[in-house]
Ligand binder design. Structure first.
Ligand code: PNS
Length: 193
């Protein structure tokens, strides 16, 4: 019997409960599913590719037919290298459809033998995106129900590090201001003397 292998490509910065929901659904209809993280040097991600890989590996440890990998270049080329027959993508709302359709048709043009399969995550995740998770966390909101606990912890660690770094920056700005004031005072004193 023919076995169907699919790749699930994406940025996963960070992986969310919506991604996990889709992975679970995909693992039920495909014999093998590879979660493929795009190594995109042009983006400025919150998490390194390795960190994302570790999080996804931990999240998918319970699925026998799911593995995690990274790739660069064209998704269709990667799919071909992996001998996959399908690309899995999630559609949350009608607003996703236009972009996803464009991408699916371009991928079909590039590689006609490869099918894109769209699946819908649970409705409760229809508003959820990695970008919003990053934004909510950066602005101090809770992301507890949006990502698995292990991801929430990593996001909090990242944000804490970034905040400390920014606090250091504020400190050095204050130091620069103090130095400038000292110089001003010296200049005034020089004039007086
Ligand atoms: O999670 P994302 O950011 O929506 O995933 C987008 C992704 C990685 C699937 C898409 O950008 C992609 O396939 N990039 C690889 C380069 C490529 O194949 N481009 C042509 C797509 S039509």
């Amino acid at each position: 019997m023919k076995r169907v292998k699919a790749i699930y490509p994406g940025s996963f910065d960070p992986p969310t409960n919506g991604h996990l929901d889709l992975i679970e659904r995909g693992s039920k209809i495909f014999d093998e599913l590879i979660v493929a993280i795009l190594r995109n040097p042009e983006k400025d991600p919150l998490f390194s590719v390795n960190e994302r890989r570790q999080m996804l590996e931990a999240m998918t440890a319970g699925f026998d037919n799911v593995s995690v990998d990274t790739f660069n270049g064209l998704t269709v080329d990667y799919a071909l290298r992996m001998e996959a027959q399908a690309i899995l993508r999630g559609i949350r709302a009608i607003s996703d459809y236009e972009y996803e359709l464009q991408m699916a048709l371009m991928n079909r043009k590039l590689q006609p033998g490869l099918e894109t399969v769209f699946m819908m995550p649970a409705e409760k995740y229809s508003y959820l995106s990695s970008r919003l998770v990053r934004e909510v966390a950066q602005l101090g909101g809770t992301i507890a129900c949006l990502v698995p606990e292990l991801v929430a912890q990593k996001v909090r660690e990242k944000i804490d590090i970034a905040n400390k770094f920014n606090a250091g920056d504020v400190g050095s700005r204050a130091a620069d201001e103090r130095t400038a004031k000292m110089r001003e005072r010296r200049a005034v004193n020089k004039k007086k003397n």
